[in-house]
Design a protein around this ligand. Structure first.
Ligand code: GLN
Ligand code: ZN
Length: 755
């Protein structure tokens, strides 16, 4: 008999109980034991849901109070020594690692593969001594085993753990044996506790691995030829068939493959699967929110079941960490769209249905299959999904000029003549402080407590305040401040056709931070202008140019749940056309500078190098399609943050924005070196201060950074601006920081104008 399981369950709770508990604990209004109770309660809920859904194994050890990679560093005794902690950490110390404390900065955080989840990067060095520290791990496992006999704990595999860490002064792999030895101790203990299966995640198989790393697997896993539970080696987010030779040599008892991302790897895996191995087939999408096409999944699974019998496990493609928890509390979501969706809890039911159909025949679940079939067919046929006008427009793309009318070398004269900006023009990235008044006004408007007219007046007042402040600061290119925007994707999504919004569809981004990505369910178009009135109002208040502010198509795509019934790039082109319409309307309204933000451009890059070119081609095309409607004299800006730009500089240049503003201050302008070496052709604004902290940068600091910038990029190409938007800051520090920035710009102008 086949069984069903998941690779992990979301930790945050149906209504973000974890977030509220964490934040209360940090504020001091929840005790440590209160926090622990919330954790215990959440874990119990998650296990009971899996049991109730009839999964053959209940997944444990996937819960964490902050991040699972951090928990592994603690589990194996690799807490950075700079904190001075040892043994079992109390809650305060635990969070200090993730968030920093009075004496130590936080451990670094970075993105988990190509998801929007961020993990804490373990810090290793030559002195790192691993030692097992499994108190929390084992006591939570006890809890699970009290509830269920079939508990499958999940651990992050040793090679991925080392790979995802950073090590100072040594080759990380030198630590591998010492670490694997500790893993072996843990596995022995789990065997002792009658655990039959352990899920061991090695997600780095999704990446391009060198021989050295591939060989490391054999070395590490050699430690596991001891008494231990059976091991299910899990891979996800990619086709891993190319590493089959390495994987099948490992002393494990099964492999999980992601058949949503890479269905084509099934055939090679079936051929190569060792005779006693389990195959865990990830057919239910852990990265997206669409209802599973059960008929299609059964078509894949039935022949597998015949061939493998009870060696077939039916699974989510990856951990459900990346999906919202449940549709149960969605009261406002459009009923039709809701019927097309499955969040984590609904995915548990799908898994159960699939194994029942396999084991007992489709007849036993006929009713559920029929419901699913109807929903799938309705979605495919729905007039709300398909717009003839959008399709016609896409089909006629060849009639559009996707390039600007003239090359930058010519456009810049038209722009300079129109804008009359000084050398080293100053600007900001878009948002100004989202003050308590702004948030209160928006909340009151959403609750229906104030009329639309009142809300509009409030926003106008905030905009005119921002304009006055910028004029007083003597900034050259102004912004309206984005007071009316809660979120740069949601704001546009709400005005575009094809988008839906959930009430509770939160997904953990890091620690207590959750995001609620909107759902793109249908063809996207822009029924009416979105920002023109606001832009026109802001521009009416000043004679200086005010930037029109838009979110770019790649970022809209990247930060939404995207349709799975057409390639991502088609959705990107639809978004691009909608943004293009807005660019055109803005320039018709007399807006001379338009910024199309693409902070998520880099993060869309595929995990495997072989796929980069294809992505970059369509991503660049989508951006250009949005921007190319601009006349020569309309200056197009773009903005990107916190990215490693160097490996994609040709693509960034190909976007052909007239000005790009980027985050560079945290790397002390090192990020700018690539632009200099590459001889980036257009104008560029390297960020001169980090907006993440309330600290006001001194004139000297800003000047030093700009001096570095002038060394790598010709001064007439440079702008001066902060790293990113200022929405999380307060006005007081914002004013002081920008004042220093403008002072430095003026001094540098004096210096370089005369040369
Ligand atoms: N224009 C946006 C802002 O200033 C850009 C945000 C971002 O880069 N993430 O807030
Ligand atoms: Zn930014």
């Amino acid at each position: 008999m086949a069984i069903a399981h998941i690779l992990g369950y979301p930790r945050i709770g149906e209504k973000r109980a974890l977030k509220f508990a964490q934040e209360s604990f940090w504020k001091g209004s929840l005790s440590a034991s209160g926090l622990q109770e919330v954790g215990q309660d959440l874990r119990e809920q998650h296990w009971k849901k899996q049991q109730k859904a009839g999964l053959g194994l209940v997944t444990a050890a996937d819960f964490t109070f902050y991040d699972h990679v951090l928990d592994h560093a603690i589990l194996f005794g690799a807490t950075p020594s700079r904190f001075g902690f040892s043994g079992i950490l109390n809650e305060q110390d635990y969070f200090a690692l993730a968030r920093g404390n009075a004496s130590q900065p936080a451990m670094e955080m970075t993105k988990w593969f190509d998801t929007n989840y961020h993990y804490i990067v373990p810090e290793l060095n030559a002195d790192t001594e691993f030692s097992i520290n499994a108190h929390d791990f084992l006591s939570r496992l006890d809890e699970a085993q009290k509830l269920s006999k079939a508990v499958k704990p999940v651990i992050l595999g040793p090679v991925s753990f080392i790979y995802l860490s950073k090590a100072r002064g040594i080759n990380r792999l030198d630590l591998l044996d010492k670490l694997a030895e500790q893993y072996a101790h843990l596995l022995k203990e789990l065997h002792h506790r009658k655990i039959e299966w352990v899920q061991i995640d090695e997600p780095i198989f999704a990446l391009d691995l060198s021989d050295e790393w591939l060989k490391a697997f054999e070395r590490a896993y050699a430690w596991f030829r001891t008494s231990r539970p059976k091991l299910l080696l899990t891979t996800y987010f990619a086709n891993v068939a190319r590493y089959q030779g390495y994987i099948t040599n490992l002393p494990v008892d099964g492999v999980h493959i992601d058949l949503v991302r890479a269905p084509e790897q099934l055939a090679p895996w079936l051929n190569a699967l060792p005779g006693h191995w389990v195959l865990s087939a990830g057919v239910v999408d852990g990265r997206n929110i669409w209802r599973n096409d059960l008929d299609q999944s059964l078509q894949i699974l039935k022949p597998l079941a015949q061939k493998l019998g009870d060696r077939l496990w039916v699974a989510s493609s990856c951990s459900l960490l990346h999906t919202p928890v449940t549709l149960a509390h969605e009261e406002k979501l459009d009923a039709e769209v809701k019927s097309w969706l499955a969040f984590a809890d609904e995915k548990l039911e799908e898994l159960d249905l699939l194994v029942k159909a396999i084991n007992e025949g489709e007849g036993v679940v006929a009713e559920a299959l029929a419901i699913s079939r109807t929903a799938i067919a309705a979605r495919q046929a729905s007039p709300r999904v398909h717009s003839a006008a959008v399709n016609a427009r896409l089909a006629a793309l060849s009639e559009i000029n996707e390039e600007r009318q003239n090359p930058f070398a010519e456009r810049k004269h038209a722009q300079h003549a129109r804008l009359k900006l000084p050398l080293l023009p100053t600007t900001t990235i878009g948002s100004f402080p989202q003050t308590a008044e702004i948030r209160a006004s928006r909340a009151a408007f959403k609750k229906g407590e104030i009329p639309a007219a009142q809300y509009a007046t409030d926003m106008e007042n905030h905009i005119s305040y921002a304009i006055r402040e910028q004029e007083a600061l003597d900034i050259d290119v102004l912004v309206h401040g984005e007071a009316e925007r809660n979120d740069m994707v949601e704001y546009f999504g709400e005005q575009l056709a094809g988008y839906a919004f959930s009430q509770h569809g939160w997904v953990q981004s890091y620690g207590s931070r959750c995001v609620k990505p909107p759902v793109i369910y249908g063809d996207v178009y822009r029924p009416v202008a979105m920002t023109v009135e606001t832009a026109r109002y802001a521009q009416s208040l000043t004679t200086r140019p005010v930037k029109g502010m838009l979110t770019g198509p790649v970022t809209m795509l990247q930060w939404s749940f995207v349709r799975d019934d057409q390639p991502r790039q088609i959705t990107a082109l639809q978004l691009a056309l909608a943004i293009r319409d807005e660019v055109d309307d803005l320039q018709q309204a007399g807006i001379a500078v338009i910024q199309i933000d693409e902070p998520a451009f880099r993060e869309g890059l595929p995990l495997q190098g072989a796929e980069w070119k294809q992505y970059l081609d369509w991503a660049v095309r989508a951006f250009k399609l949005s921007a190319s409607v601009a006349e020569d004299s309309t200056q197009i800006h773009t903005h990107m943050c916190y990215s490693e730009f160097n490996d994609i500089l040709p693509a960034i240049a190909a976007m052909d924005a007239d000005v790009i503003t980027i985050e560079t201050s945290r790397s002390h302008m090192e990020l700018l070196d690539g632009f200099g070496e590459f001889k980036y052709p257009n104008e560029i604004g390297p960020g001169v201060y980090d907006i993440h902290s309330p600290r006001v940068p001194s004139e000297q600091e800003i000047e030093k950074l700009m001096q570095r910038a002038v060394e790598v990029v010709p001064v007439e190409q440079l702008w001066i601006n902060p790293d990113c938007g200022l929405k999380t800051r307060a006005w007081e520090e914002t004013r002081a920081a920008l004042q220093n920035m403008v002072t430095v710009a003026k001094a540098l102008r004096q210096k370089y104008q005369s040369i």
